[in-house]
Design a protein around this ligand. Structure first.
Ligand code: ZN
Length: 107
């Protein structure tokens, strides 16, 4: 998956923003109601079911988008993500901008 720098001018650190294209899935959690997210995050491969992105409990899938959208998060290659997922966006640029905005707002 492509990676981008939070600050493209200082390429000293590892690229911290990961972007990818995915379907947007809507699920219904008994506790958290309707929740949305990229299919790769919502679908738990090991448990073979959609899970709530808030509590991780097995949930009912309500719908899935027909086309891919762009998503992003703060994630150093090979590590777990350091933020929630941003998206869906219609372009990769928009996904990168959202992740950069989040990173710059952190203390
Ligand atoms: Zn939940």
């Amino acid at each position: 998956m492509p990676h981008h720098y939070i600050d493209p001018k200082t390429r000293t650190a590892l690229p911290e923003i990961e972007t990818w294209q995915d379907y947007e899935v809507t699920i219904r959690c008994k506790k958290h109601g309707l929740q949305r997210g990229p299919e790769s995050v919502i679908n738990d491969i090991e448990r073979e079911c959609p899970v709530c992105p808030v509590c991780g409990k097995a949930s009912k899938m309500k719908s899935m988008s027909h086309e891919h959208a762009w998503f992003s998060w703060i994630c150093i290659p090979g590590c777990d993500p350091d933020s929630d997922c941003f998206g869906p966006f219609s372009s990769e640029d928009a996904a990168v901008v959202a992740a950069r905005k989040f990173a710059m707002s952190q203390p």
